[in-house]
Ligand binder design. Structure first.
Ligand code: GLN
Ligand code: ZN
Length: 777
C-alpha cells in the first residue's frame, strides 16, 4: 500500500453526540413509540440531524474530502446496530426480521424495548462510562447474514452532500465479547466461539462499503482494553489476530476500505503488538487513559496511528501543549502517519458550551463540550503538521484557561483541604458491629424481617409539573414546599396503611439523586442543555464538579424531620454516596478522584451529623455506582476499591452506635467486590435479588457476612405486580439460606419510575408475604 492509496486526515474524532442539541432524536423516537409519529417522520428527523452534524463538523474544520467525519449515528444503540447488520436477534424476535433486509424501525425498537412477555435485550454499562448498551444474545446456532446495509446508506447520504465520511461500527471481537450466551447454550459456550461465523458478514459489509465509495472504516474494539468482558485475555488476543487476518489480509485491500481499529477507554497493553502485527491500516489509541506506548512496535511503520489526546469522556479544555507533546512522542514509534484524535467518541459529552449562557462565564471558559473538542482536534492537527508556531495563539489561550482554573476562587479552598488533612484514622472507623447491633435493636424495636423501601416513591405528573413551575418562577419556594409536603403526607399515609416498618419520605423534591445534591453543595454547577445519552432515548444532565466541595447548609434535614413529625415509625434519612455523586457527574481532573470523593464524603458526614442531632435513627447512603466505576483492568481494582470504600466510611463513620447506617447497591452480581461491600461496614445493605431468585444470598451466607442484608423481593424494573405467593417463595428461600435475624425485606430498587397502580398492590403483597414467613419462624 502506498501513502496515496488511503490518505487519512490529520485530525479526526471517534464519534459525536447523536441525540441532537435539543434532544431531537429522543423526541422523535418517543413520538413514534407513542404512535404520534410515523417511521418516515423519525427517519427524516434522523437524516436531518446527520446532515446538521456533518455540516457543523465541517464548519469546525474537519476535512470533508478525507474521511475525518465519522458516520456514527444510531437510533438507539451501536451494539444493537451491529446485531442488526448481522441479522442476529434472539429467537423470540425472529419474526421481526424480514426474509430480505434487516429490522425496520418498529422491529428494531421492539428488540430494544420488549413486547408483552418477550423481554427486551438486557442493558448493561458500556465500559467505564455511564452509557448502557443492549447485550446481544448469541448461541451456537444464532444465524448470521448481511442483513442491513444501513451503514452503506448513511455513507451515501454524506457523499451526496459532498462529504466523505468514515463509517463506524462495533468491531467483531467487541461485539461477541460483549454478547451473552443465548438461553439454552451448552455449558462453557462463549459467543466469541462464533467469531469465524461473523467475520464473513463483516467482510461482505466492508466490500459493500468500498463499492459505495468508503475509503476508510472504523471498527471499535474497546473490549481489547478491558479485563472485564468475561472472555479470557488470551482468547481475546487470539480473536483480534484472527479477526483482522480475515478482514485485512484475506480480504484484499483493493476490495475494502482501509481499516482503522479504535481502542477507546483504556490501554491496549498486549493487544497493541497483536493489532500492529495485522494488516489493518490504522490504529486509534486512547492517550487520556493510557500512556504513549513504549516502542518500537513491529508493524506500526505501515500504519496510521491516531493519538486520542482529547478527552472524549470529560468536559475540561485540553492541555494543548501537553497533548502536542504526547503526539510528538507518538511520532517516535515510527508509524507511517500520526493523526490527532479524541480518546473516545464524543457522545459522552454535551454538544456545545455556547449553549449554556447561564453558566458562570469564568467556569464556561474552562470547558470544552463536543464542538469545542472538535476545534481542539483541528488546532492540534495544525500544530502537528505545521509546527507549534502555527497554533501559538491557541496554545497560549488554552494555557491561560488552565491557569485561570487553577487560580480561581473556590477551586482550592484551604479550609476544606485542612480539614481533610487533619483527619485521624478513627474518622474512617465505627465501633464494634455487635455493640452497634444491640444498641440499634434496643432503640428501634423492629419486628423480625423488618420491611422498608429503597427511598423513592413514584414521581407523579403532579410532582413534575410543580417542579417545572417552580423552576420557571411560577411557584414561590413556599408554594413548592407546600406541594412537596402534601406529597410526603400522602406517601407516609400509604406506607402506614400498608404496614411498612421503616418509612421514607419518598424523595419527591429530587429531580435526580445526584443533581439534587450537586445543586445544594458548593463546588458544583449544573447545566441547562448538557444532556448526554444514558441509553436509547434516555438522557442525563451530569453536574459539573469543578471546585472543592462543602455544604453551605443542611440539605435533607428539614424534609426528614418533617416526615418524622408525621409518624411514630422510624423514618430513614436518604442520601447519595460520594462514589455515586462522582460517577454521575463530570468531575475535576486536576486531582485524584479519591481526594474529590473524600471532600464529598465530608459534606455528607456533616449532613448525617445534623440528621442524627435532629433525631433521625436510620440514615441510608446509596452507592448504586460503586461497581460501575470499577476499573477495566484487574490490577487497578484494589486501589479503586480502597479509596471508594474509605470515602463511604468517612461519610458514615461519625455516627453513634445506636444510629443505623443503611446502604443500597443496585445490582446482584457483586462477587468480585464482595470484600468491598463488607468493607463499607454498613449496618444494613439492600441489594437487587428478585430477578436472580435470591441466588446471591448463598455467597453472603458462605462468606459469614455478619450484618443486615435486604435482598430485593420485588423486581421494580418491570410494571408486573408480583403475587403474594411469589414473594412468599422468595422470602422462604431467603430465611432458609441466611440467618433470619440478619434479613430485611424490601424492593430491589427505588420506586420513582413506577406508578402507584403497580406499587401499592406490590407492597401489599410484600407485607402479606412477610407476615406469613414471620409466623413460620
Ligand atoms: N434512594 C434511591 C431511590 O430510591 C436509590 C436509587 C438507586 O439506587 N438508583 O430512588
Ligand atoms: Zn437501586
Amino acid at each position: 500500500m502506498t501513502d496515496l492509496t488511503h490518505p487519512f486526515p490529520a485530525g479526526t474524532i471517534l464519534g459525536y453526540p447523536r441525540i441532537g442539541p435539543r434532544r431531537e432524536l429522543k423526541k422523535a423516537l418517543e413520538a413514534f413509540w407513542a404512535g404520534r409519529a410515523s417511521a418516515e417522520e423519525v427517519e427524516a428527523t434522523a437524516a436531518d440531524l446527520r446532515r446538521r452534524t456533518r455540516t457543523r463538523l465541517a464548519e469546525l474544520g474537519l476535512d470533508t474530502r478525507l474521511p475525518a467525519i465519522p458516520s456514527a449515528f444510531s437510533f438507539y444503540d451501536q451494539v444493537l446496530d451491529a446485531a442488526t447488520v448481522l441479522g442476529a436477534v434472539p429467537e423470540r424476535f425472529a419474526d421481526l426480521v424480514p426474509a430480505e433486509g434487516g429490522l425496520d424501525l418498529a422491529g428494531y425498537s421492539t428488540v430494544a424495548r420488549g413486547r408483552g412477555d418477550d423481554l427486551p435485550l438486557e442493558m448493561t454499562k458500556w465500559f467505564d462510562s455511564n452509557y448502557h448498551y443492549l447485550v446481544p444474545e448469541i448461541g451456537p446456532a444464532t444465524p448470521f447474514r448481511y442483513a442491513s446495509d444501513r451503514p452503506v446508506r448513511e455513507l451515501a447520504e454524506g457523499l451526496a452532500d459532498g462529504v466523505l465520511t468514515r463509517p463506524v461500527l462495533v468491531g467483531p471481537v467487541t461485539f461477541l465479547a460483549l454478547a451473552k450466551a443465548a438461553e439454552g447454550s451448552p455449558e462453557g459456550f462463549l459467543p466469541i466461539d462464533r467469531l469465524a461465523d461473523v467475520l464473513p458478514v463483516y467482510a461482505e459489509l466492508l466490500r459493500d462499503l468500498a463499492r459505495a465509495g468508503a475509503t476508510w472504516v472504523q471498527l471499535d474494539e474497546p473490549a481489547l482494553v478491558s479485563d472485564s468482558t468475561g472472555v479470557p485475555a488470551d482468547r481475546l488476543l487470539a480473536a483480534a489476530a484472527e479477526a483482522y487476518r480475515a478482514l485485512a489480509t484475506d480480504l484484499p485491500a483493493a476490495e475494502r476500505p482501509a481499516i482503522l481499529v479504535a481502542a477507546p477507554y483504556g490501554d491496549l497493553r498486549e493487544a497493541l503488538p497483536v493489532l500492529a502485527g495485522t494488516d489493518v491500516e490504522g490504529l486509534a489509541v486512547d492517550l487520556v487513559r493510557g500512556p504513549v506506548p513504549a516502542g518500537p512496535v513491529p508493524g506500526l511503520e505501515s500504519k496510521v496511528l491516531v493519538g486520542g489526546v482529547v478527552d472524549g469522556h470529560n468536559i475540561w479544555r485540553a492541555d494543548l501543549d501537553g497533548a502536542l507533546g504526547s503526539l510528538e512522542s507518538l511520532e517516535g514509534l515510527g508509524a507511517r502517519q500520526v493523526a490527532v484524535g479524541t480518546s473516545t467518541s464524543l457522545f459522552h459529552v454535551p454538544h456545545d458550551v455556547e449553549d449554556e449562557p447561564q453558566l458562570d462565564p469564568t467556569l464556561r471558559s474552562w470547558l470544552a463540550f463536543a464542538d469545542q473538542k472538535v476545534a481542539e482536534v483541528v488546532t492540534l492537527a495544525t500544530g502537528l503538521t505545521e509546527g507549534r508556531e502555527a497554533v501559538h495563539a491557541e496554545l497560549l489561550a488554552a494555557a491561560d484557561a488552565r491557569r485561570s482554573r487553577a487560580e480561581a476562587p473556590g477551586v482550592v479552598r484551604p479550609e476544606v483541604r485542612e480539614r481533610l488533612a487533619g483527619l485521624a484514622a478513627d474518622a474512617f472507623r465505627r465501633g464494634d458491629f455487635e455493640a452497634r447491633r444491640v444498641a440499634q435493636a434496643e432503640r428501634l424495636q423492629l419486628p423480625a424481617l423488618p420491611t422498608t423501601t429503597i427511598g423513592s416513591f413514584p414521581q407523579t405528573p403532579e410532582i413534575r409539573v410543580a417542579r417545572a413551575a417552580f423552576g420557571r418562577g411560577e411557584l414561590t419556594a413556599e408554594q413548592y414546599e407546600d406541594e412537596m409536603k402534601a406529597e410526603i403526607r400522602r406517601v407516609v399515609e400509604l406506607q402506614e396503611s400498608i404496614g411498612l416498618d421503616v418509612l421514607v419520605h419518598g424523595e419527591p423534591e429530587r429531580n435526580d439523586m445526584v443533581q439534587y445534591f450537586a445543586e445544594n453543595l458548593d463546588g458544583f454547577a449544573v447545566t441547562a442543555n448538557g444532556w448526554v445519552q444514558s441509553y436509547g432515548s434516555r438522557c442525563t444532565r451530569p453536574s459539573i464538579l469543578w471546585g472543592d466541595v462543602s455544604r453551605p447548609a443542611p440539605i435533607t434535614v428539614p424534609w426528614t424531620t418533617y416526615t418524622q413529625s408525621l409518624t411514630a415509625k422510624p423514618v430513614k434519612g436518604m442520601l447519595t454516596g460520594p462514589v455515586t455523586i462522582l460517577a454521575w457527574s463530570f468531575v475535576r481532573d486536576d486531582q485524584p478522584l479519591s481526594e474529590t470523593a473524600n471532600q464529598v464524603a465530608l459534606a455528607l458526614r456533616d449532613e448525617i451529623a445534623d440528621l442524627e442531632a435532629a433525631g433521625t435513627a436510620i440514615v441510608q447512603v446509596d452507592e448504586p455506582a460503586l461497581r460501575e466505576l470499577l476499573p477495566l483492568r484487574a490490577d487497578d481494582h484494589d486501589a479503586y476499591l480502597d479509596w471508594s470504600v474509605r470515602s463511604f466510611r468517612l461519610a458514615t463513620a461519625g455516627v453513634r452506635p445506636d444510629t443505623q447506617i443503611h446502604t443500597h447497591l443496585c445490582y446482584s452480581e457483586f462477587g468480585e467486590i464482595f470484600g468491598a461491600i463488607d468493607g463499607l461496614d454498613a449496618d444494613v445493605t439492600s441489594i437487587e435479588a428478585a430477578r436472580s431468585k435470591m441466588e446471591i444470598l448463598g455467597d453472603i451466607a458462605s462468606e459469614g457476612y455478619p450484618r443486615g442484608i435486604g435482598p430485593g423481593v420485588y423486581d421494580i424494573h418491570s410494571p408486573r405486580v408480583p403475587s403474594e405467593a411469589e414473594v412468599t417463595e422468595l422470602l422462604t428461600e431467603a430465611v432458609r439460606v441466611v440467618d433470619p435475624a440478619q434479613l430485611w425485606v424490601n424492593p430491589d430498587c427505588g420506586l420513582k419510575t413506577r406508578r402507584y397502580a403497580e406499587v401499592t398492590p406490590s407492597l401489599e403483597h410484600v407485607l402479606a408475604a412477610t407476615r406469613t414467613v414471620r409466623a413460620s419462624l
